[in-house]
Design a protein around this ligand. Structure first.
Ligand code: SAM
Length: 264
């Protein structure tokens, strides 16, 4: 059988460094009875190591050639494979044992890592934690402090849903083919309870997205269409600030003003 040719459109950079793979699995620390989902198992580099620790793994892989290869390699008893696009896959379809939440792991396809994180954040009530290999730039955006250039919509929404840790960086040489950029492993652990009170999640999403469309503008200007400056002041937030200067708590105050406006 001919070897698999990596497909760029599926973001295929396969892990080849066994020390890095071991370090990832050590960080995940899989326990035998935990339900685990791997996104994009590829040729099984991580899958194989994970299955040393747990009985069974579920995976979602878009590339049909790889799905065929993985089923041959691991068999149905140990690996349940969904041959699908993870961006269209709802975690609700997985039948989780009662009171158990899912652990999600993956060396993510970098071309879809940001929309994929947003997709999973929407389902964080089902998730115990997530460990992702990402391009380092996205990892840095996730953990960015307020006030900086990389602090944005991803930072605010991810920190609303999760505690985020950047665990370690990985050079391009750990992958084949090597990506253009450095990578990093991050851990996202959904908060229980959530860190700030938000009446309607959709209001937080709207305020954050609108404010960051033009990040150089003051929020008085960028939020004008959805929240007049009097309401920004009523929320206790200074309307002359730029979005990168706002903490999660301040975005939550604005979101609650927006929700109260919709209730009028
Ligand atoms: N886990 C393997 C490894 O570490 O060697 C492969 C990682 S590779 C960076 C990303 C994997 O995600 C590939 O196997 C790719 O086919 C798969 N993939 C890409 N887009 C996907 C999507 N939308 N849904 C599911 N899997 C996807």
């Amino acid at each position: 059988m001919s070897p698999h040719r990596p497909r760029k459109r599926f973001g295929q950079n396969f892990l080849i460094d066994s020390d890095v793979i071991e370090k990832i699995v050590t960080a995940i620390d899989p326990q035998p009875q935990q339900p685990l989902l791997e996104i994009g198992p590829g040729q099984g580099a991580l899958t194989q190591e994970l299955l040393r620790h747990i009985e069974h793994l579920t995976a979602v892989e878009i590339d049909r050639d790889l799905v065929a290869l993985l089923s041959r390699q691991f068999g149905k008893n140990r690996l349940t494979l969904h041959s699908e696009d993870i961006l269209n896959f709802s975690l609700h379809r997985l039948q989780l044992p009662q009171n158990k939440r899912l652990r999600v792991v993956g060396n993510l396809p970098y071309n879809i890592s940001t929309p994929l994180i947003f997709h999973l954040l929407q389902q964080s009530e089902l998730i115990a934690d997530m460990h992702f290999m990402l391009q380092e730039e996205v990892a840095d955006r996730l953990v960015a402090p307020a006030g900086g250039k990389t602090y944005g919509k991803l930072t605010v929404m991810a920190s609303y849903h999760c505690r985020i840790e950047k665990l370690f960086t990985v050079p391009p040489s750990a992958f084949s083919p090597p990506p253009q950029v450095h990578s990093a492993l991050v851990r996202l652990t959904p908060h229980r309870p959530l860190p700030v009170a938000v009446d309607q999640l959709s209001s937080l999403e709207k305020v954050v997205a609108t404010a960051f469309i033009q990040r150089r503008k003051t929020i008085r200007n960028s939020l004008k269409k959805i929240l007049p400056s009097t309401m920004i002041k009523q929320a206790g937030v200074n309307p002359t600030l730029r979005p990168e200067q706002l903490s999660l708590s301040q975005f939550a105050l604005l979101a609650n003003q927006l929700s109260s406006r919709a209730d009028d």
